[in-house]
Design a binder for this molecule. Structure first.
Ligand code: BDR
Ligand code: CA
Length: 310
């Protein structure tokens, strides 16, 4: 068996970030967790990461990162995740503090010490952009970046997905960094929905963790179902960025050129995927994830939760 993928998960928990943490802890070599302001302010996303790591018994290093985007005004997503960033379940107090408040330095040091790490951002790309700008040498030391964000339609605005919209300047730097990049955008993540039947599978698992995560899924899915015309559950966005690495056989990807729009009254934060058949199109800079075997992918999430819940 090949050794598990080395990964730093850079997240803003966030219901789906919490699920991504669980999948990464089970299926990857989780070298660290870093937090960023996004779904909620930085102290809240860090607190939520601390709680989830506690609940799965993970001792992975945890470092708090950027409190605000590079240029944009900070704006959270309480309308999806609640004021705490993780509303909807009875959560325990976290037992340990973050190891530092310098996630960027942790990312740089870890990527210099161990080559071949995948950076997996599931929130705004502020920490990753700062790490690449401060230490450009890490671009050739990492295996790549597998991110959740973007797509050919928006959710925060007509054009823009939340993670890219929240810090478009950071996202533009990441899409331009020159190494391997995988984008799990809304095109794929909306195909992986936490339907009632799927949440029941989580609820049926033994143990406290499964009950808590089922409650979180219910809260998140209720928000999605109430806000959309045709969804049967929350879009399980962030685990896709992890699963695209650990279970690539479940996904359909295509190498394409993607740029981030940083200006534009209506289009700031949009990702433009070059889908032209013209030979003059630019060379690919990104593997765009388009499709997923949703049933199998959700089963991996269930099995990951089950591994930590008894
Ligand atoms: C992304 O935004 C956040 O609300 C989710 O955690 C996910 O990372 C989806 O647009
Ligand atoms: Ca997220």
């Amino acid at each position: 068996m090949s050794s598990p993928i080395k990964m730093i998960l850079d997240c803003d928990p966030g219901h789906d970030d919490a699920m991504a943490l669980v999948v990464a802890a089970k299926h990857a070599d989780l070298l660290g967790v870093t937090t960023v302001a996004g779904n909620a302010p930085i102290t809240a996303t860090t607190r939520n990461a601390r709680i989830i790591l506690d609940m799965i018994g993970s001792t992975a290093p945890l470092h708090q990162g950027a409190r605000r985007p590079l240029v944009a005004e900070p704006k959270d997503a309480a309308y999806v995740h609640g004021e705490s960033g993780l509303d909807g379940a009875d959560l325990p107090e976290p037992s340990r503090p973050a190891d530092s408040e310098d996630a960027v330095q942790f990312i740089i040091d870890t990527c210099r010490k161990t080559e071949g790490i995948w950076l997996v951002p599931t929130g705004p790309l502020t920490n990753i952009a700062l790490a690449l700008r401060t230490a450009p040498d890490i671009a050739s030391k990492i295996a790549g970046i597998s991110l959740m964000g973007g797509g050919t339609f928006g959710n925060r605005t007509t054009a823009a997905e939340f993670n890219i919209w929240a810090d478009p300047e950071a996202a533009a730097m990441v899409f331009d960094y020159g190494g391997k990049l995988i984008m799990s955008g809304l095109d794929v993540t909306h195909k992986l929905q936490a339907t009632p039947e799927r949440i029941d599978k989580v609820r049926a698992l033994p143990g406290k963790l499964a009950g808590v995560l089922a409650d979180l899924f219910v809260f998140f899915s209720d928000v999605y179902v109430s806000r959309h015309d045709n969804m049967r559950g929350g879009a399980v966005h962030d685990p896709c960025a992890v699963l695209a690495l650990t279970h690539p056989q479940l996904f359909t990807m295509k190498d394409q050129h993607v740029v981030v729009e940083t200006s534009g009254e209506y289009s700031r934060g949009m990702t433009l995927v070059d889908m032209r058949g013209l030979k003059e199109r630019k060379d690919p800079n990104c593997a765009v994830v388009w499709d997923v075997d949703a049933e199998a992918a959700f089963n991996v999430i269930v099995e990951s939760i089950g591994a930590f819940s008894s």
